[in-house]
Design a protein around this ligand. Structure first.
Ligand code: M6R
Length: 366
């Protein structure tokens, strides 16, 4: 059942090229520049005029929501708020019938997310679900939705579910952009053509597995680890940190790279590994100066870089390459090495990677 892999987590990490392909199947037409999402088709008109989108989720699904915030605002130009379901439900938030709420949940059973949906529904909002488990509770509570279709995820740590959620949310952002006309047809053709190649690029990113295992050996005895990123690299940093803490029990924090000097920089010394998303995109130069700040304090830098990078390589202690892509798809690629890194570190520390202590696959109590 583990398909020859030692653990479900590793199997699920390696499935991602295929699972992302499954998730996009029948939904994108790159040559025509069209995104089709049958699940929310009835709401196409509503999406044209929506003033605001609220995303509710927990854990990794909340990180996928943060990625969606960048994409929806960038491409569909709709303001987005991303909320922890557990906070949202108890805050008496302002919601009206004009709002669209997107609830993201792999299991479709998370108690706080369900309660947030119920509250928003009572106040008249339109609710979309982004779930993986077909027929689970959340898809039944929502007005419409889009399944991730990545197949069952057994490992407690979310891996292929996360990239599936990000893929669906990317499709939703493009779909909204298409409805609103905020992205030209030729740009959509270009974006979808590139998205269509992401599964192959994920496959390439997975080829670094052995190298990542060697790097993991250097980091395995760390007590803390900082993950930094900017733009949509920031939610990737949060997700990298969550993966590491939940399966290896190493304390880890994800931070927007620029926030480092407002506090966490005080933690940096020769024992502090700092994982930096330093791919070639709009924040590249800024991230390079953040790396210099870490190196000046003798921190150990592991950088996730674009294939062929030479600049960061001069400064970082270790580099892991991922294929080049537009910024829109960076989270899908940059997450892969971080999943592998936490997997190998956890394994070397003798942890139960598929069933970490104190954690359940779905959190059905608040
Ligand atoms: O099933 P859900 O997506 O609603 O679950 C939300 C979180 O409990 C989940 O993502 C959790 O954070 C994972 N263990 C992270 O790997």
């Amino acid at each position: 059942e583990k398909g020859g892999y030692e653990h479900f987590m590793l199997k699920e990490i390696f499935e991602q090229s295929r699972s992302i392909r499954d998730c996009m199947r029948g939904r994108i037409y790159p040559n025509e520049g069209i995104v089709q999402l049958g699940g929310i088709k009835e709401y196409a008109e509503k999406l044209k005029n929506v003033d605001r989108i609220i995303i509710v989720a927990c854990g990794t699904s909340w990180h996928a929501g943060l990625v969606a915030e960048y994409l929806i605002e960038e491409y569909a130009r709709i303001p987005v708020e991303v909320e922890y379901a557990s906070e949202f439900r108890y805050r008496n938030p302002i919601i009206t019938e004009k709002d669209v709420v997107i609830a993201i949940s792999q299991s479709g059973e998370t108690a706080d997310t369900m309660a947030a949906i119920e509250m928003a529904k009572e106040r008249g909002a339109t609710i979309f679900g982004v779930c993986n488990v077909v027929g689970s509770s959340i898809p039944r509570l929502t007005h419409a939705g889009v399944y991730t279709h990545v197949g069952p995820e057994i490992g407690v740590a979310s891996t292929k579910a996360f990239t599936g959620q990000v893929t669906v949310l990317t499709l939703m952002a493009f779909y909204m952009a298409q409805q609103k006309g905020t992205v030209s047809h030729s740009k959509l053709v270009e974006l979808l053509t590139e998205l269509d190649c992401i599964p192959e690029k994920i496959q390439r990113a997975l080829e670094s597995n052995e190298m990542i295992e060697k790097i993991a050996a250097k980091f395995k005895d760390s007590r803390n680890c900082l993950f930094l990123g900017r733009g949509s690299g920031f939610p990737v940093a949060l997700e990298g940190a969550l993966k590491l803490k939940e399966i290896s029990y190493i304390h880890a924090e994800g931070y927007p790279a620029a926030e480092m000097k407002h506090g966490p920089i005080a933690l940096i010394d020769e024992e502090m590994p700092v994982v930096v998303i330093a791919t070639k995109n709009s924040s590249y130069e800024k991230v390079i100066s953040n790396i210099q700040e870490v190196k000046a304090r003798k921190g150990i830098v592991l950088a996730i870089v674009t294939e062929g990078d030479t600049e960061v390589r001069k400064m970082a202690d270790y580099c892991i390459e991922i294929p080049d892509s537009s910024e829109a798809f960076l989270p899908l690629l940059a997450t892969i090495p971080l999943q592998l890194l936490s997997y190998h570190i956890a394994l070397m520390r003798g942890c139960n990677v598929d069933q970490p202590r104190n954690l359940a696959k779905s959190v059905t109590v608040e």
